[in-house]
Design a protein around this ligand. Structure first.
Ligand SMILES: Cc1ncc(COP(=O)(O)O)c(C=O)c1O
Length: 426
């Protein structure tokens, strides 16, 4: 089974000044210093055009849907424009895009709908590497007699144990639920190959791309997955979730819904009134990423090409930040990094780095850095299976340093200096 390859085609010098200029919050001052936002995996900062789109919705289109008047029609148009934007991000048709409160809520609803078709003894495969939002909604089906099988990891590099995964997929498997990338250790899974394994067994493939979306180009057509889900607040948009589903599945599975609501997809999957102002922001977030692509490559024509060009530029840029961080961590006394550290394998991971320093509680380190204007995360980030498997759950988990394309080399140097200072003082 081959390993996944992120886009790595040569791009022009990455214009980090221009990028940072799009994000007003990066200029925030805390105690006289500019924060280093290294908390991206928990939610990224938002460019001005996303804020403007939300405000513009309230100013010009605020109404409920499907009414016979201007602002309602504008709302309907805006929602379909946002679906079209997400369709470009997923590489699918707009009718295959479902909006929802967040990934967790959508996944619970989808699992429940799929569960209606399952019988006792049917199996679902989840993994030790995944966020609990791609575990608990499937485990909830145990109430119906569904059997959950969990594929393990290889502890030494925090990658999926593919042999174990293959053993866990059987003729009884109905769904394989795997993350595209780990929000704790950054590992990128070979989801295209896993989709083939799932399909060969007659199972559906569900991909949690929440962590992957800000770090790599998604192409549901190439992956041939049945469902793929991500959360715009992780890729420079507002706090919501979005699902891609193959048309036949969105039609076949029946979501729990109120009777007067539409019976046809995608609407039937969108329970109640949506956060319409934020849907406006989702469209703008996708447009922002495409604009990064246009800024890097003037030959770009369509939005999808803009997205492709953006990731061609941001992937190698993020990798230089990650290389610098991982190299610097080697000289910090007591630092232990979890996940892939071999530079030759960096295409198998995103720029999300988790570590511990000796027996120090990661909250202590995050606080130390936070007091110095360096924003990182500590804990298990809801990747509970992984935190337990690595034996860190009882010890406060890990410290997570997450980099996205608006972070800088200077910020990496700042966090390394902060960690050096912490290690020397404690
Ligand atoms: C990999 C991954 N999956 C799922 C989730 C849950 O997403 P949401 O907050 O949209 O429910 C997260 C959130 O951190 C995540 O990182």
């Amino acid at each position: 089974m081959s390993t996944p390859v992120m886009q790595s085609r040569e791009s022009k010098t990455f214009d980090i000044e221009w990028v940072r200029g799009q994000f007003p919050s990066l200029k925030l001052q805390v105690n006289g210093q500019t924060p280093a936002f290294l908390d991206g995996p928990a939610g990224t900062q938002v460019p001005k055009q996303v804020m403007d789109a939300v405000q513009n919705y309230f100013l010009t289109a605020n109404a409920n849907t499907c009414g016979a008047f201007l602002t309602s029609r504008r709302t309907d148009e805006m929602i379909w424009a946002a679906r079209a934007a997400m369709a470009d991000l997923f590489n699918c048709d707009a009718a295959n895009v479902v909006f929802g409160q967040n990934m967790t809520t959508i996944t619970f609803a989808l699992a429940r709908a799929i569960g209606r078709e399952l019988k006792p003894g049917d199996e679902i495969v989840v993994t030790t590497l995944d966020h609990d939002a791609n575990v608990a909604p499937w485990r909830a089906l145990e109430e119906k007699g569904v059997v959950i099988r969990q594929a393990d990891i290889r502890e030494e590099d925090c990658t999926l144990d593919l042999e174990d995964l293959k053993r866990k997929i059987t003729a009884k498997t109905r769904v394989v639920a795997v993350g595209y990338a780990s929000n704790m250790v950054g590992t990128i899974n070979p989801v295209a190959e896993i989709t083939k394994l799932a399909h060969a067994a007659g199972a559906l493939m569900f991909i949690d791309a929440v962590h992957y979306a800000p770090h790599g180009l998604i192409d549901v057509k190439a992956l041939d997955c049945d469902f793929l889900i991500c959360s715009p607040y992780k890729f420079f948009g507002p706090h919501m979730g979005t699902l891609y589903g193959k048309r036949e599945h969105l039609e076949k599975f029946k979501p729990y819904k109120v009777r007067p609501a539409a019976d046809t997809p995608p609407d039937c999957w969108e329970t109640g009134t949506q956060v319409q102002e934020l849907i406006a922001g989702i469209g703008a977030a996708v447009d922002y990423i495409a604009q990064v692509g246009r800024h890097c490559d003037a030959t770009v024509k369509s939005r999808r090409e803009g997205l492709q060009a953006a990731y061609r530029a941001t992937v190698p840029y993020e990798r230089t930040l990650m290389s610098k961080l991982l190299e610097g961590l080697q000289s910090i006394p007591g630092a232990k990094v979890y996940g892939i550290t071999d530079p030759k394998r960096f295409e198998e991971r995103s720029a999300t780095v988790s570590l511990r320093i000796g027996e120090h509680n990661p909250t202590e380190i995050a606080k130390f850095l936070g007091d110095r204007g360096i924003f990182t995360w500590d804990g298990n980030f809801y990747a509970l299976n992984l935190s337990e498997r690595l034996g860190v759950q009882q010890k406060g988990g890990v410290l997570r340093i997450g980099m996205v394309h608006y972070n800088t080399m200077e910020e990496v140097e700042r966090v390394l200096a902060g960690l050096r200072e912490f290690a020397a003082a404690n």
